[in-house]
Design a protein around this ligand. Structure first.
Ligand code: ZN
Length: 82
């Protein structure tokens, strides 16, 4: 596992959505997982997003993800990186 040392957090966060939807290629999955291993803030977001999705699935059958919450996560991440 070398290279891809500097996958931007924003890119990882974008991929997280698809990661959770199981829509990534093997390469992308390892990119995301590699980043999460090195980036605690993104790992935290991932856990959070995963938890949100579980709740959404329970309450809405998986098809009404709160986009405002997603925006909030992205905004929070930007603030973290600033
Ligand atoms: Zn990150």
């Amino acid at each position: 596992m070398t290279g891809n040392e500097s996958v931007p957090c924003m890119q990882t966060v974008k991929l997280l959505q698809e990661f959770l939807d199981r829509e990534l290629t093997m390469t992308e999955v390892s990119t995301v997982q590699g980043h999460l291993d090195r980036c605690p803030p993104c790992l935290k977001l991932f856990r959070f997003e995963e938890g949100v999705r579980r709740l959404v699935r329970i309450h809405c059958g998986g098809d009404c993800a709160p986009s405002s919450l997603r925006d909030e996560i992205l905004a929070r991440l930007k603030r973290t990186r600033a």
